[in-house]
Design a protein around this ligand. Structure first.
Ligand code: SAM
Ligand code: SF4
Length: 334
């Protein structure tokens, strides 16, 4: 009954990313439009339903849970959910409970997250310049995020910085960001901007800075040692020989690593996306709500995994944003 989740390409699904809200206190240019329409609250899974969903996936073999959004820490009472999930860490059924955050609420929640068993978090930070930060996030304040990172480190959380590579925006911060992360003992990952959501006047090709180019520029100053480390995700890592620092690259566009993909994504309304870059999804909210018993839900999950596609179709190579997704990253959870 509890056979692990294996997809048609023999990939074991051990990693679930869960978006707990589509709302956010920032409006990053590449992620949201200024006037976003958010889902009515009744559409969202309740915290109890999120618990049932995640616990079912864990029963079916998921070992790593990443909480994301929107901004996960703006969801009301989200610490109740983190505390509830910690029971799976204690039982040994879950290896890791983690989150991706913009950092704005970390001053309030870092200690509670650590107490719930969270050990590592990803904080998104594209620039160290206050004015540029305000521009790219529209509503964010850099100082608040810096305080949040301080609080996270003080609580003993390991922080990884995620930066979206944006042409003409943070190209000039390649080394300052790397050096700042090294000084703060943070790992760092660069992400290629993906064609998500219809954001109106932002021209995606204008924003796109290839990580092949970024990497080549990094290599002008440092010797890059390729690391074999894999997380089943699209990230590849190098170590800078001179500093020992680790830098990751998430390159959904210039390279495609779908063959080793071990993950699926659950939206805050209970839709399961088998691939970030494909429209295929399964509604898990209906089978969840149909009964208190999890049999229908388990069957729906197995059925969905049996349809996980081989890979995505993002492609900028023809100077068009091919494979463009109509939904926003904040919906599926980045
Ligand atoms: N609000 C949290 C945050 O910003 O970390 C979690 C959700 S956010 C959607 C997750 C990640 O997706 C962030 O690192 C963000 O920079 C990234 N992201 C959003 N839109 C993107 C896009 N169009 N292309 C690439 N990365 C994107
Ligand atoms: Fe909010 Fe994160 Fe999207 Fe920025 S990237 S708008 S912080 S969800």
């Amino acid at each position: 009954m509890n056979a692990p989740l294996i997809d048609p390409f023999q990939r074991a699904i051990s990693y679930l990313r869960v978006s707990v809200t589509d709302r956010c206190d920032f409006r990053c240019l590449y992620c949201m439009s200024e006037n976003m329409t958010f889902l009515p609250k009744k559409e969202l899974l309740t915290l109890e339903e999120l618990d049932r969903m995640c616990s079912t996936f864990i029963r079916l073999g998921v070992r790593k849970l990443r909480i994301t959004g929107g901004e996960p820490l703006v969801r009301r009472d989200i610490m109740t959910f983190f505390r509830a999930m910690s029971r799976h860490l204690e039982s040994g059924d879950l290896d890791e409970l983690t989150l991706t955050t913009n950092g704005s609420q970390l001053s309030r929640f870092a200690a509670d997250l650590a107490a719930a068993g969270v050990r590592r978090i990803n904080v998104s930070l594209d620039t160290l310049d206050e004015a540029k930060f305000a521009r790219v996030t529209r509503w964010g304040r850099l100082a608040q995020v810096m305080n949040g990172i301080d609080a996270a480190q003080a609580a003993g959380l390991r922080v990884k910085i995620n930066a979206v590579a944006l042409k003409g925006f943070n190209e000039d911060e390649l080394f300052t960001l790397a050096e700042w992360c090294a000084a703060r003992d943070c790992d760092m990952t660069w992400i290629e901007v993906m064609p998500m959501g219809d954001l109106g006047n932002e021209d995606r090709l204008d924003q796109y800075w290839s990580l092949d180019d970024l990497r080549a520029r990094l290599a002008e100053r440092y010797t890059l040692i390729d690391l074999a480390e894999r997380t089943g995700g699209p990230a590849r890592y190098v170590q800078l020989e001179q500093t020992g620092q680790k830098i990751g690259f998430i390159t959904p566009l210039t390279h495609n690593f779908c063959e080793s993909c071990n993950r699926v994504r659950l939206t805050c309304t209970g839709e399961l996306y088998m691939c970030l870059g494909q429209e295929d999804m399964a509604d898990l909210r209906a089978p969840l709500r149909v009964s208190e018993d999890d049999t229908a839900l388990e069957e729906a999950i197995r059925n969905a995994i049996a349809h996980k596609p081989k890979g995505h179709d993002f492609d900028y190579s023809r100077q068009r944003a091919d494979g463009q997704m109509t939904r926003h990253m904040s919906h599926t959870g980045g």
